[in-house]
Ligand binder design. Structure first.
Ligand SMILES: *Cc1c(COP(=O)(O)O)cnc(C)c1O
Length: 394
């Protein structure tokens, strides 16, 4: 196989041709500033309105509850800091989890330096938050609960509807990072009592650098960028028109064929999981079937380093990752794998393969075969494996 096999869709996706096609005129012909008053600009203004309608429809929100941002991290930062600072007269306590994306965790650390208290909820061995733990963590100072919809490393889907109901009953604002959920599983902000929700276009076959924060009408939140009147003056700056148009189209496509898309990925995912688990001393991270994202596979291989697996796979034309793209390059084990209880040495040996539109059964079979070879080869060179063969497992 000459072309690389891409199995890192949770890091980013290609842009679908239909999406690109809708974007292109907004770089050239329809370049007017949406805030100007002449006809050339009305065209771009209309395109943004249409995109906003499409994003809103995909999550069952109202159009005026969608605020375009420069991606998922920006939406996460805005939700946390914006709500914290706007509501600090009510309390200074925030609840989140130990397995959030760094856009949430690092924003929380920043808030802690600025007088807020943050509780990081533990998760069980599959990555699920326990409602009981959440209930116990709530105090009369709690102003915000932020729990991710689905985890980007191990694919765990949280009981968001149940969490949303609890938050609404206790009158505490609820934010969820749904970047990995959109287009893969049903998301309905009304039914699930979600107050704020982060989204990103480039995880659903849209362009990079575009996303949105859903803010339910009536939620108190500070403005993000002060300047002109764009995004109802909450996020000033001339809009990324082409990006927004692409995001709108990507949302429309993602929700239109979500069921078929998910069904196809689940088949490929389970084939991949079953094949990889035949390799001795391997372990699946995250839930086995129920509550797992359709395209997510995360497996540990004992006695070897995740980074070494990735380098060898790369040399054999397979694009994979060892968890989140943001932590690769650092030698810290994944905070998510530590949170589900893996010891450091095993948390280092994990491989995330995330499936998407272009993957085939043939590719899955080739990847299983190749990973098996790579794992055997690395174990042959591993002193840990050598020790294990001599002494047996401790
Ligand atoms: C990718 C991702 C983000 C960050 O989104 P960007 O658009 O890359 O800033 C945030 N949260 C989750 C769960 C993600 O997977």
């Amino acid at each position: 196989m000459n072309k690389p096999i891409y199995m890192d869709y949770a890091a980013t996706t290609f842009v679908k041709p239909e999406v690109l096609e809708e974007m292109l005129p907004y770089f050239t012909e329809h370049f007017g500033n949406p805030s100007s008053i002449y006809a050339l600009s009305r065209e771009t203004k209309k395109a943004i309105d249409k995109a906003r309608d499409r994003v809103a429809k995909a999550i069952n929100a109202e159009s005026n509850e969608i605020y375009f941002t420069g991606g998922g991290s920006e939406a996460d930062n805005w939700a946390l800091k914006g709500v914290a600072f706007a509501n600090k007269n009510k309390g200074n306590h925030i609840i989140t989890t130990k397995i959030e994306h760094h856009a949430i965790l690092h924003a929380c650390e920043y808030l802690q330096k600025n007088g807020f208290e943050v509780t990081y909820l533990p998760v069980d061995e599959y990555g699920f938050v326990k409602i009981e733990d959440l209930k116990k963590a709530i105090t009369d100072k709690t102003i915000l609960i932020s729990i991710m919809f689905a985890n980007n490393e191990i694919g765990t889907i949280q009981p968001i509807k149940e969490i949303g109901k609890l938050c609404r009953d206790r009158k505490i604002l609820f934010h969820t990072d749904a970047v990995q959920a959109i287009g893969n599983i049903p998301v309905d902000v009304k039914d699930m009592n979600i107050d704020l929700m982060s989204m990103a276009a480039h995880k659903i076959y849209g362009p990079k650098g575009t996303g949105a924060l859903y803010i339910r009408r009536g939620v108190k939140i500070d403005n993000l960028i002060h300047g002109g009147g764009q995004e109802r003056a909450r996020r000033a700056g001339t809009e990324n028109v082409a990006g927004i148009v692409g995001f709108g189209k990507a949302c429309e496509l993602a929700t239109a064929d979500m069921e078929k898309h998910a069904e196809r990925l689940i088949k490929l995912r389970d084939r991949l999981i079953n094949g990889l688990l035949k390799i001795p001393y391997s372990r699946l991270n995250g839930p086995y079937k129920e509550g797992r994202l359709p395209g997510n596979v995360n497996i540990c291989f004992k006695f070897i380093e995740g980074e070494a697996i990735l380098l060898l796979l790369d040399s054999m034309g397979i694009c994979a990752s060892s968890g989140s793209a943001c932590t690769s390059g650092s030698l810290d084990p994944s905070h998510v794998l530590l949170a589900i209880g893996l010891p450091h040495e095993i948390a280092h040996g994990s491989l995330r393969l995330s499936l998407g539109d272009k993957n085939t059964e043939e590719e899955v079979d080739y990847v299983i075969e190749t990973v098996e070879k790579v794992v055997f080869r690395l174990r042959e060179m591993s002193p840990l494996w050598d020790d294990f063969l001599k002494k047996g497992e401790q």
